[in-house]
Design a protein around this ligand. Structure first.
Ligand code: 3HC
Length: 293
């Protein structure tokens, strides 16, 4: 019989985790949202309040619907509050060590049938799952940024994931109004494996001063109908995240397409991570100021 998932935990309330918590609450689910400290909780809550306020301003939610949605989310700094959820979606930073430790803890705290999902974009679900006593109930649930807007969820199965867990997670993703696809555990899954070679190539073209950032982006928007050009998209994703994804794929396949462009590393060292730090390929903190790179 299919699992009845009505209470869900989200661990990590950065851009992705906060977006995922919002998506879940929008579908009427109770969400236990966990961050490491009060500051993290305040930041995550701020993300969700801002995003739902925008929906209110656009008339996509009314006051009552927004209040109901926000009322479905409980914020906490204690993992113990996840004791009775049926599914946990982990969205903490991309460190295998941290994720392994978290999954080992979740394994002890949650019921034996609770599904443990990771939103990782670059790490192996298999390597995360082996740190639990239930690798058959560990899957990837990879959302795309911005999670409230983009429909795709990649459901990642490992050689250990039980088939009914995959079926239930796919059905759950459909219940969220998303488009699930199922993929085995390989670096980049489907979308990032195809997307990041293109993004990396755009950085190399920019690095070689082949074209301006505006023209590179305009070419893909107006010539190919993409909603954003590659450099603007890298700023949205975060250059540090993009680097991690490329580096992991490069180490797995040695395909030079995925060898991170040197400029990415330089920009990360300089703190130009994209929208989240106010500057990346474009400046967001002072849009009229000249760009640094
Ligand atoms: N949260 C919630 N809603 C948002 C949002 C956010 N962060 N950003 C935009 N929206 C909503 C807006 O409210 C608007 O809704 P409406 O059409 O109902 O009024 C709609 O999205 C369109 O937004 P805008 O009009 O402000 O701007 P655009 O039309 O330019 O759309 C965009 C913005 C949705 C970001 C669009 O440019 C886009 O889809 N870009 C491509 C993003 C993409 O490729 N993401 C994947 C990155 S890879 C990834 O995430 C994988 C990971 O592993 C790294």
């Amino acid at each position: 019989m299919a699992r009845d998932i009505s209470r869900v935990g989200v661990v990590g309330l950065g851009t992705m985790g906060a977006g995922i918590a919002e998506v879940l609450a929008r579908s009427g689910l109770s969400v236990v949202a966990v961050e490491i400290d009060d500051e993290g909780v305040a930041r995550g809550r701020g993300h969700i309040e801002h995003s739902t306020e925008r929906a209110l301003d656009k008339g996509k939610l009314d006051d009552r619907e927004r209040a109901d949605l926000l009322g479905l989310i409980t914020y906490t700094t204690s993992l113990a509050d996840l004791a009775d959820v049926e599914l946990v979606v982990e969205a903490i930073p991309e460190s295998l060590e941290q994720k392994a430790e978290l999954f080992a803890q979740l394994d002890k705290i949650t019921g034996p049938d609770t599904v443990l999902a990771s939103n990782t974009s670059s790490l192996s679900i298999t390597e995360i799952g082996v740190h639990t006593s239930r690798p058959g109930k560990v899957v990837g649930m990879h959302f795309f940024n911005p999670a409230p807007v983009l429909k795709l969820i990649e459901v990642v199965r490992t050689v250990m994931t039980e088939p009914d867990v995959v079926t239930d997670v796919v059905a759950f993703a459909e219940r969220l109004g998303k488009e699930p696809v199922v993929i085995g555990d390989r670096a980049g899954f489907i979308a990032n494996a195809l997307l990041f070679g293109y993004l990396n190539h755009a950085v190399r073209m920019y690095e070689q001063r082949y074209a301006t950032r505006e023209d590179l982006d305009a070419a893909m928007r107006f010539g190919c109908g993409y909603p954003m050009g590659p450099l603007a998209l890298l700023d949205l994703i975060g250059l540090d995240t993009a680097y991690e994804i490329l580096d992991t794929m490069y180490h797995q396949s040695r395909n030079r397409l995925h060898a991170p462009a040197p400029l990415l590393k330089q920009m990360i060292t300089a703190g130009l991570l994209g929208r989240k730090t106010g500057r990346g390929f474009y400046a967001y903190d002072a849009p009229d100021s000249p760009t640094v790179v």
